[in-house]
Design a protein around this ligand. Structure first.
Ligand SMILES: [Zn+2]
Length: 265
């Protein structure tokens, strides 16, 4: 990734996050992978709305300080975890967008198939369990979702998105918050009209034609019975690593689940 472009994008995204009130005070953090073992990141303790280029700093994948006169974000550990688990991504954005975060506080994941552009670009957005901010325990609950999703709600905390570059990760954050607002209004108006499996199938085809990779667009559709263990039902296309074995396992699990559901009727 071009270093100068990455720096400018981080400054711009910080400004947008603050202006849109996706963060308050010094909250939130943004980073970009600028080389194999180099991560450009926002510093700790500064408002993201007024960052200057010289405020940014560089760490290696172990979190060692490489350059810059400020200390890296306190959430750099979560960013490094995501870069490690997802070699295909080059940017991480973490913020506290109020409506999406409200869903995380209420324990309601953004997993219903409702809006076409959300299904195509972000897919389903699960809630990763709570972990104390600023420490390693915030990353562990994301592990189960990290390979298949590009956007995560963090329980009682906020949200994190990842992408091929800084703007890509940021736009997923914007899409998530927009989706949360629309869903909130629909719920207040009395109900959510969820897309059916045929409608979702066509969106998945569009997604495949666009060559989008990364997130698994799994989401809840009306004729899906919730998975017995409370997991998000699967509607899987190719996952980030194109691992067919994984897809096959999922297919077997899905068939087993449906057979068990039939037997339990
Ligand atoms: Zn946070």
């Amino acid at each position: 990734m071009n270093l100068h472009q990455a720096k400018q994008d981080i400054i711009e995204v910080g400004r947008r996050l603050y202006q849109k009130e996706f963060v308050a005070s010094n909250d939130g953090n943004i980073s970009a992978r600028i080389a194999e073992d180099r991560i450009l990141t926002t510093p700790t303790g500064l408002c993201k709305g007024t960052l200057a280029l010289e405020d940014l700093c560089v760490v290696d994948l172990k979190g060692n300080h490489i350059s810059g006169h400020r200390r890296a974000s306190s959430e750099i550990g979560m960013h490094l975890f995501l870069y490690h688990e997802r070699p295909d991504i080059n940017a991480v954005v973490h913020a506290h967008p109020p409506t999406a975060t409200g869903f995380s506080v209420a324990g309601i994941p953004l997993t219903e198939c409702v809006l076409p552009e959300v299904i195509i670009t972000v897919g389903s957005i699960p809630i990763a369990g709570y972990g104390t901010p600023g420490g390693p325990e915030i990353s562990e609950p994301i592990r189960q979702y990290v390979k298949d999703y590009d956007a995560y709600l963090l329980e009682n905390h906020g949200a994190t998105t990842i992408g091929i570059d800084v703007m890509n990760a940021y736009f997923k954050m914007e899409t998530m918050e927009h989706f949360a607002k629309i869903l909130f209004v629909a719920k207040q108006l009395g109900g959510v009209n969820v897309l059916n499996s045929e409608q979702v199938g066509k969106l998945v085809q569009i997604r495949e034609r666009m060559g989008l990779r990364g997130p698994d667009p799994a989401c809840l559709i009306p004729d899906e019975t919730p998975a017995p263990d409370g997991a998000i039902p699967t509607l899987r296309t190719k996952s980030a690593n194109g691992n067919d074995a994984r897809s096959e396992q999922d297919l077997v699990a899905e068939i087993t689940r449906r057979v068990m559901a039939e037997l339990n009727k």
